[in-house]
Design a protein around this ligand. Structure first.
Ligand code: SF4
Length: 297
């Protein structure tokens, strides 16, 4: 593929715009995180942890209201080689001494609409003769494509699953994500139970906080109740809260004090909860912002 544009963020992230040989645009992002543990001094001297956010498709068919990629519509799914090549392009930017050790399939596209090529790519990237990235450091993020969750539960590659839930009830979720009409929350939760039982792994619940939409304490309680009812163990779910990144819609992200109150409420109700700080926001490389702006015509 051809790299058509390269952008650097103030937080050290790099976003690449690439074009397939038949002209379809995609984007991939390299994020640098300071390592925790060992105290602040140790964290400063350790090399940063490098995470690659890869795309599985050019565009996407699922049209989530908050997502710039969804507005591009689907061009096509990527091949195994095109997914793997994104990692290698990012690794080149990371430099010879710094190895990418995390992969998140959270770029453009719904990975479970391209299941075979995504799993084949991750299997290739896990091979110690190549990139050698541990499967437990790979995460596939879905908006709730139930057949994919059920298939991943049985897959021999033990990668992690993240589910973009974003709302605790069908009315709200259906308004934000058309996929909910096909797979409503009850059906989705059945698949989550199956995944937890079969794989023995927990699920990351991604929850985008949108001002005045899904961010009240009542929503937090509804979410906790829902997840509690479908967790097969105490650690069945881990919630990641994400403040919404602007993508040119009328939606706005919740202010920090609202995110904090939402997080505190979930924790008080016994849910493991983190607040994920967005990376690469200033170069439109954060969650929901990837849209191949340079080539999408
Ligand atoms: S959030 Fe994911 S599934 Fe939804 S439109 Fe964007 S890329 Fe597609």
């Amino acid at each position: 593929m051809e790299v058509t544009r390269e952008l650097s963020s103030d937080d050290g992230s790099t976003k690449l715009a690439l074009r397939t040989d038949d002209g379809h645009p995609i984007e991939a992002v390299l994020m640098r995180f300071r390592r925790g543990g060992g105290g602040a001094e140790a964290a400063l001297t350790l090399p940063p942890r490098l995470t690659a956010c890869l795309s599985s498709q050019s565009g996407c068919a699922l049209s989530c209201t908050f997502c710039a990629t969804g507005r591009m519509r689907l061009r096509r799914s990527l091949t195994q080689a095109e997914i793997v090549e994104q990692l290698h392009e990012l690794q080149r930017r990371a430099g010879a001494d710094a190895r990418i050790d995390n992969i998140v399939m959270m770029g453009m596209g719904e990975p479970f609409h391209n299941y075979d090529n995504v799993l084949a790519s991750l299997t290739e990237l896990a091979d110690p003769r190549g990139a050698g990235i541990a499967p437990r450091r790979m995460t596939i993020s879905t908006v709730g494509w139930v057949p994919g969750i059920e298939r991943l539960a049985q897959d021999p590659l033990p990668v992690r699953l993240a589910l973009s839930l974003h709302a605790p009830n069908d009315e709200l979720r259906g308004a934000l994500m058309p996929v909910n009409r096909r797979y409503p929350i009850a059906r989705l939760m059945e698949a989550c139970e199956l995944y937890q039982h079969t794989s023995g792994r927990s699920i990351f619940i991604e929850y985008l906080l949108l001002a005045g939409q899904n961010d009240s304490l009542e929503h937090a309680r509804e979410l906790a109740k829902l997840l509690d009812a479908h967790a097969v163990s105490r650690a069945g779910f881990h919630v990641n809260l994400i403040a919404y990144n602007p993508t040119g819609t009328e939606l706005t992200g919740s202010p920090d004090h609202v995110v904090q109150a939402f997080r505190d409420e979930l924790r008080a109700l016994g849910l493991q909860t983190s607040w994920r700080i967005s990376r690469a926001r200033d170069i439109a490389g954060a969650c929901g912002q990837l849209a191949a702006e340079t080539t999408a015509t």
